[in-house]
Design a protein around this ligand. Structure first.
Ligand SMILES: [Zn+2]
Length: 305
């Protein structure tokens, strides 16, 4: 199978589009993955699965049959044998240039009918429509996730006894990327888990009390207040957000940009985002430390206006 890498319009915020079905791939359990040349659907990334997939519908132009898209996955075609692999089965990192990278629109069991009727979609013109409400909620959570990273880096800057050699856009030690264990969004919040282990301590971070520094557990309420004040100020400033898109392909190396009052910030990102922080009424995080002190969790909830 030779297929071109899917061209995507979700980074610009699109939720609808038209395209041609290039292939229909069996996923087992009666489900099918529909590949189109272009799509507004954001698939779950197999390398860094932080933002859940879009859902929506796929409508066949002729006849107007509407099929539910219940999930959206990343597929990749192995250049050595033409085999299409899906999600966790893909053995290479996103963007490996020898492979083709595909958005698979997953049709529910029965939606596509028999194998023959599923395959009959190939070559047809379709209209792709993303569930815009779900997308908006996921975008708000994703934008909140990146802002939390910057606010947390600032609030924890005093806890570094030496320069870890990685700074964020504002010059603060990049606690977010150095300690990140997992980051997952849903339609309500972004949940970011940070590991405060030996390797972070070696890089210079301290959770212990020092001369002018309370222990992290003790300082947590003040750190939470500090982070939330920063988030509130950024939301109040209605800072514009955009995604820098070097090319239309799914695998293009995109970057999230936000014009914050202190200056521009940018973070590598494959997801979807708000256009302005004024689309939020509020953004608040809750920080908790595990009982053994080795894990810090931030649950960041956007309230959309
Ligand atoms: Zn991101």
């Amino acid at each position: 199978m030779t297929l071109p890498t899917t061209r995507v319009s979700f980074p610009g915020g699109a939720v609808t589009g038209e395209s041609t079905v290039l292939a229909v791939h069996p996923l087992g359990d009666g489900r099918w993955g529909v590949v189109t040349a272009d799509t507004p659907f954001h698939p779950l990334d197999h390398t860094w699965p932080d933002q859940p997939a879009d859902t929506g519908t796929l409508t066949v132009a002729e006849g107007g049959v509407e099929l539910a898209v219940v999930d959206c996955l990343t597929g990749a075609v192995d250049p050595s044998n033409g085999e299409l692999l899906v999600g966790a089965d893909i053995p290479v990192r996103r963007g490996d240039e020898a492979w083709s990278w595909l958005v698979l629109h997953v049709l529910a069991e029965q939606a596509a009918g028999s194998a023959d009727s599923a395959q009959s979609l190939v070559g047809r013109q379709v209209t792709l429509s993303v569930d815009a409400e779900r997308r908006a909620a996921l975008s708000a959570a994703h934008t909140g996730c990146h802002l939390l990273a910057l606010a947390l880096n600032a609030a924890l800057a005093a806890r570094w006894r030496k320069d870890p050699g990685r700074a964020d856009a504002f010059g603060n030690p990049d606690f977010d990327s150095l300690a990140m264990a997992s980051s997952v969004m849903d339609t309500e919040a972004s949940t970011d888990v940070y590991r405060l282990g030996k390797s972070l301590r070696k890089k210079g971070f301290t959770a212990e009390a020092a001369d002018d520094l309370p222990a992290l557990a003790e300082a947590l309420p003040a750190i939470t207040t500090d982070v939330n004040e920063r988030l509130a100020a950024w939301v109040a400033a209605d800072a514009p957000v955009r995604i820098e898109v070097p090319g239309p392909e799914l695998t293009a190396r995109r970057r999230w940009h936000c014009e914050l009052p202190a200056g521009p910030a940018d973070i590598a990102c494959g997801g979807t985002h708000l256009h302005r922080l004024g689309q939020l009424a509020a953004l608040e995080t809750e920080l908790t430390l595990s009982a053994d002190g080795t894990e810090l969790t931030a649950v960041t909830r956007p309230k959309r206006s």
